[in-house]
Write a new protein. Structure first.
Length: 287
């Protein structure tokens, strides 16, 4: 892999960015991480930590000094995107955006919601910025299972969830990161849009049952109505986000998940299965 100049990883404390950092370090690529709170970031010592916040554009210049390529994870408010991207475009040469499968003709990915609108807006800003860009378009993260199902599984043997029959193709964060590292470190990905999924279409029931089998427990998996689910959401899942999920699951009922082979094509290694993901994270489902 050709090593480029220093890479700025944003979202470095999050699910995907933290994996990107680990895999860049493993490839001996110098990494700088933009973080809002350096004291809390707990990044490996080889990482150069740069304090920055997308909602405070003046903090970005120092983070971008000497940077060639940016890995962009955007969860900040939409109105902060234009000033932040203006700063990035002034200093960096290229950008890899963690986006979503906005153009894939599968109903799971085509329901309107504000998060989708924000991602489309950011893509348009990047396309007009003069930066060389690559868009990563992962589907459902396998890691969602930690927030969605782990609290119930830690608390007992009953999991209540809506739309159990709806399939998705959950992708392991390590595979998204592996593609990200390729696109950050190699030339030749400019203008590419990579739709990334796990290797299998699995219903939500099958995914929960997989966790049960890895833990060696027989879980009782019960369908509940969307209304009942909304009335007992875990605190981390705001109801407006839950409503997007319900819309997506309702639209996707009755057909297999969209499965791409892009991870294997780009990395030379098959995408990890949900069983492999669960085995890696089993401790988080134990009481
Ligand atoms: N979940 C899915 O199934 C799924 C599927 C497809 C695409 N996506 C996309 O994936 C992205 C989320 O990735 P993720 O799950 O890896 O994120 P995450 O775990 O939620 O982490 C978010 C990261 O963004 C940082 N951050 C938040 N606000 C910031 C700000 N104002 N300035 C700078 N950094 C800020 C956080 O840093 P702090 O440590 O400072 O909080 C954290 O490192 C979203 O764009 C989402 O749309 C998700």
């Amino acid at each position: 892999m050709a090593v480029v100049n220093r890479i700025l990883v944003t979202g470095a404390t999050g699910t995907i960015g933290s994996q990107v950092v680990s895999q860049l370090l493993a490839a001996e690529v110098p990494v700088r991480a933009l973080v809002r709170n350096p004291q809390a970031a707990a990044l490996p010592p080889q990482v150069e930590v740069a304090p920055g916040d997308f909602t405070a554009p003046d903090t970005l210049d120092r983070c971008l000094d000497g940077i060639d390529t940016v890995f962009l994870v955007w969860v900040a408010p939409a109105e902060a995107a234009a000033p932040a991207l203006e700063r990035i475009a002034k200093r960096a040469r290229r950008i890899v955006l963690l986006s979503a499968p906005l153009k894939t003709a599968h109903p799971l990915f085509q329901q309107p919601n504000p998060s989708r609108t924000r991602a489309e807006m950011i893509e348009r800003l990047i396309e007009g910025s003069g930066l060389q860009w690559t868009f990563l378009r992962p589907g459902m993260f396998a890691a969602n299972a930690k927030g969605w199902w782990a609290p119930q599984i830690r608390a007992g043997n009953v999991v209540r969830w809506p739309y159990l029959e709806v399939p998705t193709a959950p992708i392991d964060e390590r595979d998204i990161a592996a593609v990200a590292v390729r696109t950050l470190c190699e030339e030749g990905h400019s203008g590419a849009e990579y739709v990334l999924t796990g290797p299998q279409s699995l219903s939500q029931f099958e995914q929960i049952a997989t966790i049960g089998s890895v833990l060696g427990r027989s879980l009782r998996i019960e369908e509940i109505s969307p209304e009942d689910w909304l009335s007992q959401l875990p605190s981390f899942l705001p109801s407006f986000v839950a409503k997007y999920l319900l819309d997506a699951w309702a639209a996707a009922a009755g057909q297999p998940a969209f499965v791409s082979s892009t991870v294997a094509e780009l990395t030379g290694v098959p995408a990890r299965t949900f069983l492999e993901w669960t085995a890696e994270h089993a401790a988080q489902f134990r009481g």
